[in-house]
Design a protein around this ligand. Sequence first.
Ligand SMILES: Cc1cc2nc3c(=O)[nH]c(=O)nc-3n(C[C@H](O)[C@H](O)[C@H](O)COP(=O)(O)O)c2cc1C
Ligand SMILES: Nc1ncnc2c1ncn2[C@@H]1O[C@H](COP(=O)(O)OP(=O)(O)OP(=O)(O)O)[C@@H](O)[C@H]1O
Length: 316
Amino acid sequence: MEVIHLKYPHQLQQRESMQPYSLAIGFFDGVHIGHQAVIEAAKEEGNKRHIPTAVMTFDPHPSLVLGGRNEKVFYITLLQQKLQLFEEQGVEKVFVVHFTSDFAKLSPADFVETFIRSLNIQHVTAGFDFSFGAFGKGTMEDMRAISDGDYGVTVVEKKADELEKISSTRIRKLLQEGDMEAARLLLGRPFEITGMVVHGDKRGRTIGFPTANVQALEGAFIPASGVYAVRLLVQNKWYDGVCNVGYKPTFKDPNNKQLSIEVHILNFEKNIYGEEVHVTWYKRIRSERKFDGIEALKIQIEKDKQQTIQYFEALR
Ligand SMILES: Cc1cc2nc3c(=O)[nH]c(=O)nc-3n(C[C@H](O)[C@H](O)[C@H](O)COP(=O)(O)O)c2cc1C
Ligand SMILES: Nc1ncnc2c1ncn2[C@@H]1O[C@H](COP(=O)(O)OP(=O)(O)OP(=O)(O)O)[C@@H](O)[C@H]1O
């Protein structure tokens, strides 16, 4: 899969020398099942026309440039992971458009001229609520009207569950609440973070529960503090684990602001310092607490571990 970064005004070859593409367009944070349906529809059109499928996405998130939201938007998927997911879905090219305030000022017609026509896009697929151009004024009806027959347009209908539309905003809320099970259903896979195993205080092994301290990639969303059933990929192998996100109040003073992610990997004894790991999140088990002593904490961690084992047994 080829990735092309574009900045407005972009410098690309002339339309004639560009390969034609069937394009799915959107921000696609999380690449959730609604997004997957959009990309699938673009692929179907590409197959019909015998042309490859491309995705156009944006970076950074428009809200960062435009403001207007009260809460800071975090990414469900960092760009690198988003690209990886596109590739796994069979996308052959990705245009990453740098979202700047100049880009945001383009009229819908100018957006189409610069980012659809001059890229020789033959077909555009997006969801029913996709908007583009200054103030998000362009709708999918406009996309079709502006085309003048130069490219085809598919509008993917709303993908929803019994509650409401499946959206990145909704998944962010679930992740903030620690509802990893609901997030997993909407994402079509568990929420995942990538990180590196770093040295901790080395107390874990002395209490009988050694842990891998995971330093997440810069910018990754870290779930609410608490204990979770997780799976961890290390050295190409997946393991079940029980993870604590928090401040270890039993050992640290209450002003400690150093958030840690530590995974007790089940049935595992290797030294993995410095390894890259992927942690996938399945279920929140409880909140982090301050215990009266090590014994009480050990009893609780054993319970957490048993709950995790039962959870994954039921899942299999
Ligand atoms: C499953 C699990 C649950 C934990 N729950 C708590 C907790 O509720 N409160 C707490 O203070 N520490 C909790 N811890 C953190 C332990 O205190 C920590 O693993 C131990 O102090 C080792 O820390 P170190 O890796 O920095 O040496 C938990 C750890 C695990 C693995
Ligand atoms: N549930 C859905 N059903 C159909 N199309 C969708 C759905 N969610 C998103 N899309 C489409 O996928 C593309 C990417 O959408 P976008 O990145 O805005 O996702 P979103 O989940 O709607 O995000 P947000 O919560 O920020 O509005 C757009 O073309 C959009 O219309």
